[in-house]
Ligand binder design. Structure first.
Ligand SMILES: Nc1ncnc2c1ncn2[C@@H]1O[C@H](COP(=O)(O)OP(=O)(O)OP(=O)(O)O)[C@@H](O)[C@H]1O
Ligand SMILES: [Mg+2]
Length: 200
């Protein structure tokens, strides 16, 4: 919050983000309190309904591709093509059109980078892609949707298997009697300052 200014410099914020834009909770879900705003009037109308929620304002990405990615253990990524405009049960695209492998590679890499930065072992990261550039627009979902009726059978099995393997890995470390990974970080030894360095 150290960069927070008051009053907010709205004109420069609107100039920076542009319109249309999305005003939404930083950690929302189920499209709750998500507003698409086309001008400052619409923005303030939405803002005035946001109560004490912590909101973010994002540029509206004119996306061609849209991906929702499961990320497990900050290393395994399952990329799902997603159509947010489809009815609820058809959003996870069943027979997706082929996508540039380079774009998928970047989506995978960026999803891992984000989860490492956030420290999330489980997450869904959503990317809206415009002109071949993936923009992460929704990436704080540590309890992601994994309902078989919504994600479909294949995605459901992927997430169940990979989360099961993740916990197996962690527990087996304890059961084997060896130290868990975190404990292997060596304590930093105090470095003695040579006398010569303190002179003067
Ligand atoms: N910056 C953006 N650019 C373009 N579209 C956006 C943007 N932010 C949100 N949207 C649209 O609004 C929808 C809901 O936004 P978002 O995913 O952030 O909310 P949510 O409450 O987490 O929804 P869900 O639970 O479905 O993920 C997105 O699927 C997308 O269609
Ligand atoms: Mg979302």
């Amino acid at each position: 919050m150290r960069n927070l200014q008051f009053p907010m410099p709205w004109d420069s914020i609107f100039g920076y983000v542009g319109f249309p834009a999305f005003l939404k909770p930083f950690d929302g879900g189920g499209w709750k309190d998500v507003y698409k705003v086309n001008n400052p009037e619409e923005f303030f109308h939405a803002y005035d309904q946001s109560r004490d929620l912590c909101m973010t304002l994002q540029r509206g990405v004119k996306f061609k591709e849209y991906f929702r990615c499961y990320v497990v253990g900050q290393e395994k990524v399952h990329i799902m093509q997603y159509d947010p405009s489809a009815p609820f049960h058809e959003r996870y695209v069943k027979n997706p059109a082929p996508v540039d492998p380079k774009l998928l590679e970047r989506v995978k890499r960026d999803a891992i980078t984000l989860c490492k930065a956030l420290g999330y072992d489980l997450n869904t990261v959503e990317f809206a892609c415009e002109d071949g550039i993936p923009y992460a627009i929704d990436f704080m979902n540590p309890a992601p949707d994994a309902d078989i009726h919504s994600v479909g059978e294949e995605n459901f099995h992927w997430i169940v298997d990979n989360v099961a393997e993740l916990s197996e890995y962690r527990w087996s470390t304890f059961l084997a009697g060896s130290e868990p990974e975190a404990a292997t970080i060596k304590p930093v030894k105090a470095v003695k300052t040579p006398k010569s360095a303190t002179k003067g």
